[in-house]
Design a protein around this ligand. Structure first.
Ligand code: P6P
Length: 338
């Protein structure tokens, strides 16, 4: 029985009031797992809090000169935007102060960020603000996060091993989309739920309970300017989409494209290109968390040769090709790859 059904039976002992807040939902879910001791719940709250702060910063970026670049490149060789840095600081601080994460890796930093909480049970991989080149033109951007239970002993310094466990070892994953509204979508390995942020209340409210993505779709998302560099099987698949008069939608912001396709049915493609022969997107804090969430919502995510979640990670910022979305569309694409 999911939360919405439970609301229909007000007499149910665990009935939750209409308009469940994220906090109430997290507490409710925690009671469903007797062994849960609350640390993961608190970690999710810490991430949600940082999301509220980024929501505020993003929504006033043009007013307090937060748009534009820092004039430096990040470790990825990309122009670091002011809000990239702010988001990185805000999430790192929220997770350090929350005490539940012993370490973080971030798209914005080369190495492991040690929080000093060596008794924290969890590690977090995060892309604090993906798609940040869109900030200056008011296009949706997003945070992507992935949570693992550490494998190194509690009380010791975390190591790379805690982060290189593999995608199927994630205990939770999700994203926060700063768009026409701000929505936090995440899973702890069971259902996928979306919570829309109401800034007037300072609360995330359950708006998309138990998301199941359509098995098929007619939306495809890729950078058409790169198509000539794609392998022939991908080009053949895209030709088929055009012949069937599918809809091309590509915002240049992974979280926004992913979220639309999750709800409406579609496929996002970032194949290997001449400029990015291993693909552009990062495995640990983009592909793994979205693939974990996608599979829980009934989607597929592949590198073209294997399921994203079955890729063995070898280093923190490694990249991968990514094809993710409606299972029928992904399977049709893979069937055309050599
Ligand atoms: P391109 C943003 O930099 C990002 O990582 C994703 O959010 C987005 O889908 C993709 O790269 C856009 O890349 O090469 O099409 O500009």
């Amino acid at each position: 029985m999911n939360v919405q059904q439970m609301e229909l039976t007000a007499s149910h002992p665990l009935a939750l009031p209409v308009g469940v807040t994220l906090d109430r939902y997290i507490m409710h879910r925690q009671t469903a797992f007797p062994y849960a001791t609350g640390e993961l719940s608190q970690l999710l709250r810490d991430i949600a809090l940082a999301g509220k702060i980024i929501h505020r910063e993003v929504n006033r970026a043009g007013l307090i000169d937060l748009t534009g670049g820092m004039g430096v490149q990040n470790i990825q060789g990309e122009s670091q935007q002011k809000l990239d840095m702010i988001a990185n600081i805000r999430f790192s601080r929220a997770l350090k102060n929350g005490g539940e994460a012993c370490a973080i890796i971030s798209e914005e930093e080369e190495g492991i960020i040690y929080t000093g909480n060596n008794h924290g049970k969890y590690v977090v991989a995060i892309d604090p603000l993906d798609g940040s080149s869109n900030i200056d033109v008011n296009v949706s951007i997003g945070t992507i996060f992935s949570i693992y239970r550490r494998v190194t002993p509690i009380g010791t310094d975390p190591t790379l091993d805690d982060f290189l466990q593999g995608g199927r070892r994630q205990v939770a994953a999700g994203y926060i989309l700063y768009g026409s509204s701000t929505i936090m979508v995440y899973t702890t390995g069971h259902s996928v739920n979306g919570f829309t942020y109401d800034a007037s209340l300072g609360e995330y409210i359950l708006s998309h309970p138990d998301i199941h993505s359509p098995a098929n779709g007619q939306i495809y998302s890729c950078n058409d300017g790169h198509v000539e560099g794609y392998e022939t099987g991908v080009q053949a698949y895209l030709d088929g989409c055009r012949k069937k008069q599918f809809t091309a939608r590509y915002i240049g912001s992974l979280v926004a494209d992913f979220h639309r396709n999750l709800l409406k049915g579609g496929i996002y493609l970032y194949p290997p290109t001449r400029k990015a022969p291993d693909g552009k997107l990062r495995l640990l804090y983009e592909a793994f968390p979205l693939a974990f969430l996608a599979e829980k919502a009934g989607c597929l995510a592949t590198s073209g040769h294997k399921a994203i979640l079955d890729i063995k990670p070898t280093h923190l910022h490694q990249r991968t090709p990514l094809y993710i979305g409606a299972p029928t569309m992904v399977e049709n694409l893979v069937g055309m790859l050599s």
